[in-house]
Design a protein around this ligand. Structure first.
Ligand SMILES: C[S@@+](CC[C@H](N)C(=O)[O-])C[C@H]1O[C@@H](n2cnc3c(N)ncnc32)[C@H](O)[C@@H]1O
Length: 230
């Protein structure tokens, strides 16, 4: 199942999601990327690392990785905890201007301005790729293209954290957003697509196959480069 995904923001009322605006607007608290290193650290340290983050680190180490590239990292809270709780080299990337702030804080090994659809990935078979809740951002063709690009780079494993892969929860969330928009009299902003697990699997098929699934308060899948040719 795939449905259009909407959100209602505090102050930003664009028709389509504007990540540069959200990362720069303090009133959009969950999305805001603070302007100083101290404020950034207090924001990302506010929560303890979740069990799924520790499980991801364990699995990355088990697969023998020393380096991770995160695509579309946003405020990079998960990546911060991965960096803090492991000795992995952590490279974060995003295509918003706020990535320059992250780079200036000197917390990650690198913070790169990278457009997932257009730019080359600084990654090879020695690098594990993290896609953390970026699935909503892209249409099906683009997501297939992203997995093919990973395949072309010889990336053996992708840790894929789906935004919300459960049909019931997807429908409930979209319904809640509609009700909130009516109550608050605010426009809904188009934020891409919500997909169920079966819809996601179809998009990496031919390039990758799922070899591991963690399912708790948050899910993640480890997908492995397929040995079969398309
Ligand atoms: C839903 S947010 C997820 C952010 C973060 N990974 C998280 O889980 O909190 C999607 C992120 O993808 C980034 N993004 C969208 N399109 C992109 C593109 N073409 N290249 C790189 N990043 C992109 C956005 O800037 C945004 O930070």
């Amino acid at each position: 199942m795939k449905v259009k995904h909407y959100s209602v923001f505090e102050v930003l009322t664009t028709n389509v999601i504007n990540w540069n605006g959200l990362r720069n607007e303090e009133l959009e608290s969950p999305y805001f990327l603070p302007n100083t290193r101290e404020k950034y650290l207090s924001k990302v340290q506010a929560e303890q690392p979740s069990d799924y983050v520790l499980k991801m680190i364990e699995q990355m180490k088990k697969l023998g990785y020393k380096r991770i590239l995160s695509l579309g990292c946003g405020i990079a809270q998960t990546e911060y905890h991965i960096k803090k709780e492991s000795n992995l080299e952590v490279i974060v990337s995003d295509n918003t201007e706020s990535i320059q702030r992250l780079q200036s804080y000197g917390i990650f090994d690198e913070a790169l301005s990278l457009d997932i659809l257009k730019d080359d990935y600084p990654a090879d078979e020695e690098t594990v790729v993290l896609m953390h809740r970026i699935d909503t951002e892209f249409n099906d063709e683009d997501l297939k293209h992203i997995f093919k690009t990973c395949k072309t780079h010889g990336i053996r494993h992708v840790f894929f954290v789906p935004t919300n892969p459960f049909v019931f929860k997807i429908l409930l969330n979209e319904f809640k957003t509609l009700i909130i928009s009516i109550i608050k009299r605010k426009k809904r902003t188009f934020c891409g697509y919500s997909r169920s697990k079966s819809s996601l699997i179809k998009l990496w098929r031919g390039s990758y196959e799922k070899i591991y699934e963690y399912r708790d308060e948050k899910s993640f899948y480890i997908i492995e480069l397929t040995k079969k040719n398309d």
